[in-house]
Write a protein that binds this ligand. Structure first.
Ligand SMILES: [Ca+2]
Length: 355
């Protein structure tokens, strides 16, 4: 009789074990601020790579997780798995800082799992890395990414990853803070453009920016003969949020404040931006350029918003976009075409629309 009891007990334990194991990630995302140290997070690497040293650090952004490479063979992560719902849109937010990260190999990977399975749908870094740093050394920058869960997805792993595409060298260090994941509620489309509202600032490379401050994630290109252009983060004139970007063009100027993001050529999109002008000669507008996977411009006429001259108060200008076959990226350019005068840009929105 005793043996039978033991057998029954064993049977239940063995039957329940997998359920307990699978239930381990049936939880909400927690401690993205690292206020509770690494509670809820676990570290990892694979094959024979060296795990980075992973600690929680006090920084200008508050608590942050810090990953440092101890040798030239380092790759690894700190991750958290949590439940999500299928066919939903989630927004992942984080701030990242890094120092000497070899080939910009740092970012946030998001991995999807179906229900009752520990087998990831894909680990392909090309498909699972919505957030990656663009410079090997940078101060804190805010990032945002949109993740759409598949029809069978039940959980996600959010992985702060040093050595995304290969190992990093000794001394490579990365920090992440303020990780958040929120379900996008309602029917409103998600802005896929990072910092389209010009609210996040960073140090400017070009001295034409007042106080060497420019909007994060955007790059300014100027034609060679455009020498007198001055650029500002303008908090007194804005269409939304706390500030816009202003360009003063005392002499004929050709420039583009641009930002590139991925798209899918089978989908349809809409772009809109707010512009204001004062005494513009020449013209200003936003133009859209489609690029292939390697970043090469695809042939065809560039779609543009309404082309502005003279003086106009703030107004929003939009256009519908059907990317050409082979389009994998889109470059958005707030553009000045041989323009003089003053122009403001704000509230750039790029979103997917129903086909
Ligand atoms: Ca703004």
């Amino acid at each position: 009789m005793k043996t039978l009891h033991k057998r029954i007990l064993c049977f239940f334990i063995l039957a329940l074990l997998p359920a307990l194991f699978l239930a381990a990630w049936e939880k909400d995302f927690t401690n993205g601020s690292f206020e509770q140290d690494l509670q809820g997070w676990k570290t990892g690497t694979f094959s024979s790579w060296t795990l980075p040293e992973i600690t929680v650090d006090s920084t200008a952004m508050g608590k942050a997780v810090k990953l440092s490479a101890l040798d030239d063979n380092t790759r690894g992560w700190v991750e958290q798995r949590f439940s999500v719902q299928p066919n939903e849109v989630y927004i992942v937010e984080a701030s990242l800082k890094c120092r000497d990260v070899t080939y910009n190999r740092m970012g946030i990977q998001v991995i999807e799992y179906p229900a009752n399975s520990d087998k990831a749908k894909t680990l392909d870094i090309k498909k699972t890395l919505p957030i990656q740093i663009a410079k090997n050394t940078q101060d804190w920058l805010p990032y945002q990414a949109v993740v759409k869960t598949g029809s069978t997805t039940a959980s996600l792993t959010l992985r702060v990853y040093l050595g995304t595409h290969g190992p990093v060298k000794k001394g490579a260090t990365a920090w992440a803070s303020g990780l958040k994941i929120t379900k996008h509620e309602g029917d409103g489309a998600v802005n896929l453009l990072p910092n389209g509202d010009f609210e996040a600032k960073t140090t400017a490379a070009d001295s034409c920016w007042k106080d060497k401050i420019q909007p994060a994630h955007w790059t300014l290109w100027k034609a060679k003969k455009t020498k007198k252009l001055r650029a500002f983060m303008d908090s007194s004139e804005k269409y939304s949020g706390l500030q816009s970007v202003r360009f003063e063009l005392p002499s004929e100027s050709r420039f583009a404040l641009h930002c590139t993001l991925p798209l899918e050529s089978s989908k349809k999109y809409r772009f809109s931006a707010a512009m204001k002008t004062k005494d513009i000669q020449g013209s200003v507008y936003v133009r859209i350029m489609y690029l292939d996977g390697k970043g090469k411009q695809l042939k065809g006429k560039l779609p543009t918003t309404h082309i502005l001259r003279d003086t106009h108060d703030w107004e929003e200008y939009g256009l519908n976009l059907t990317p050409p076959a082979g389009g994998e990226k889109v470059k958005i350019e707030c553009f000045g075409d041989n323009a003089r005068g003053t122009v403001w840009f704000d509230s750039c929105i790029f979103n997917e629309v129903a086909p």
